[in-house]
Design a protein around this ligand. Structure first.
Ligand code: FDA
Length: 503
């Protein structure tokens, strides 16, 4: 049922009674701080000024776990749902907006809860969900430069949403996903109780490590096992144009990159004019050169391509550019100025050379109304060696690489032409990517795959299958059973949260 206007006032009242939340941590639509807090981590400008969706009636910015518990207890008591936001990078903005304009909800924004406490002796850390990946990497490095962590490439991404959906980056072939290294977590459940791994039990602990954000509760903090990194890593970015053999090299890359040693990740970024082969190797240029000449001679890599640096320096270098400094990864506010639509695919069989030529021809059309990039991250190594039911993230053995399609445009938020083009490309790709189901990565959230439908006020399992099987394959059913156990009333929900499989 929808909450009434009164219920949001009662909710705010309840917050201060329940946990003595200071008033400056509660921002209603009439507070002067409301708009700046709401916009503070909206990454996609198409969601900044749109009347097409509902905004929260209230934003709570907790500084203590008891504030989060109070938000859930009061939300339930007064019929107001909460959505949780950590870094705000959700591609569909589901952490702070609802598609149904009639929906009334509050947002719990965790950006004030972002401590990272590293125990270098045991090689572990506790990180709160509101930290960014940049803050996590920086804190680990400051404690011990021999340690790192395997998660996403972009430093502003929030730990809370990222870990909830899996989390991969340039260390994925060596160490797998972020959630493959989560050993404990604390979570506020749908009753407002605070649980850890022991008290939540193994089913729920399994579900929160990749089953997608929002569905099971609010994860407050994560206990992670850190990974050793060598004193020197080597990064290269080799650009080839289609007129100079790029498509032939790319066709070969599909089978070579997933079989290279785990210490090297060569990803590909396709743009209308170029193919970029971007790599990180856990070692020196002297070690890398003979390996590349032997295993991937077509790339014709040479010594001048090598950029040696420390692992922590590679983070700003790869995402922010060669002049960025290590401290730049602490900047939480690098908001994109262009609208984007992001979609994803998984490839299990190499795409033929003549199809790549067609993809390039199609990508030329984009320049009439925007821009396009296609990121392709090779699997193999650790990420593929873990069983597909070990965590909810099922894209493991047999995956050659993941594709992320990004269509960019300026101007009108709807981006009618850009969206049509992105749909046409997605349709064109269908015969060449994974099938039954056509897989997708939950952290690259895409509402075009489907939305939950409510039956008797509860998200229905049948409607969820349309997108759920694509994100989770056979793990979707287990996720829906865990949801039925821990949140049968479907309190934590959004357009693509896990529906409870009742009975
Ligand atoms: P946000 O706060 O929007 O949350 C995302 C979802 O998780 C929402 O449904 C939200 O309700 C839920 N949620 C958030 N905090 C939660 C919590 N504490 N408990 C429970 N649920 C919670 N991915 C990747 O794997 N590798 C990469 O390199 C990148 N790079 C990248 C770059 C850029 C610029 C963007 C915009 C996105 C990526 N991503 C990515 C995708 C990213 O991993 C994904 O969008 C994450 O969900 C973002 O997490 P945030 O906390 O920032 O988002």
């Amino acid at each position: 049922t929808l909450a009434s206007a009164d219920s949001s006032e009662e909710f705010v009242d309840c917050l201060s009674k329940e946990s003595k939340i200071p008033s400056w941590l509660v921002h209603t639509t009439s507070s002067s701080s409301y708009t700046s807090i709401l916009k503070s981590s909206i990454r996609n400008p198409k969601f900044l000024n749109t009347t097409a969706s509902a905004e929260p009636v209230c934003i709570v910015t907790p500084s203590e776990t008891s504030h989060i518990q109070a938000a859930v207890v009061c939300g339930r008591r007064h019929g107001l749902r909460v959505r949780v936001r950590s870094g705000g990078h959700d591609y569909e903005g589901l952490s702070y907006r609802a598609e149904d304009r009639g929906e009334r909800f509050a947002v719990v924004d965790l950006s004030g809860m972002r401590s990272v406490s590293v125990d270098a002796a045991s090689g572990t850390a506790w990180v709160q969900s509101g930290a960014t990946l940049g803050e996590l990497y920086h804190a680990v490095w400051r404690h011990d430069p021999r340690l790192g962590f395997q998660a996403g490439v972009c430093p502003t991404v929030g730990v809370g949403g990222h870990f909830s959906g899996g989390g991969f980056g340039m260390l994925q072939r060596k160490y797998g996903l972020a959630v493959d290294h989560v050993v404990n977590a604390t979570l506020v459940d749908a009753r407002g109780d605070l649980l850890d791994r022991d008290s939540m039990g193994e089913d729920l602990f399994w579900a929160i490590r990749g089953g997608g954000g929002e569905s099971f509760g609010i994860v407050v903090s994560w206990h992670i096992k850190l990974a050793p990194v060598p004193p020197i890593v080597t990064v290269f970015d080799i650009v080839r144009s289609p007129d100079h053999g790029a498509i032939d090299i790319l066709t070969k890359w599909q089978e070579i990159a997933p079989k290279l040693p785990d210490d090297i990740m060569v990803r590909v970024i396709i743009e209308p004019q170029n193919v970029n082969f971007e790599a990180m190797y856990l070692g020196t240029c002297d070690e890398l050169l003979p390996l590349m000449h032997l295993r991937f001679p077509d790339l014709a890599m040479n010594r001048t391509d090598c950029n040696e640096m420390t692992w922590i320096e590679s983070i700003p270098y790869i995402h922010l550019g060669r002049n960025a400094t290590v401290d730049d990864i602490l900047n939480r506010t690098s908001i994109s100025r262009v609208n984007t639509k992001n979609r994803s695919d998984y490839v299990r069989d190499p795409i033929p050379n003549h199809i790549w030529k067609k993809i390039f021809a199609m990508s030329q059309q984009v320049t009439k109304f925007g821009e396009f990039q296609m990121y392709m991250d090779p699997y193999g190594g650790k990420i593929s060696s873990i069983h597909e039911s070990a965590t909810p993230f099922p894209h493991r053995e047999g995956v050659l690489y993941n594709i992320q399609y990004i269509t960019y445009w300026q101007g009108e938020a709807n981006g009618t032409e850009a969206l049509k083009w992105s749909r046409d490309l997605y349709e064109f790709m269908e015969p060449y990517v994974s099938k039954n189901p056509r897989e997708a990565y939950v952290n690259y959230r895409d509402l075009e795959l489907g939305r939950n439908k409510l039956v008797d006020g509860i998200s229905s399992y049948d409607s969820g299958k349309a997108w759920g099987k694509r994100y989770f394959r056979d793990n979707f059913e287990r996720l829906a059973k865990v949801k039925a156990k821990v949140d049968p009333d479907d309190y934590f929900r959004n357009e693509q949260s896990i529906p409870p499989l009742l009975n």
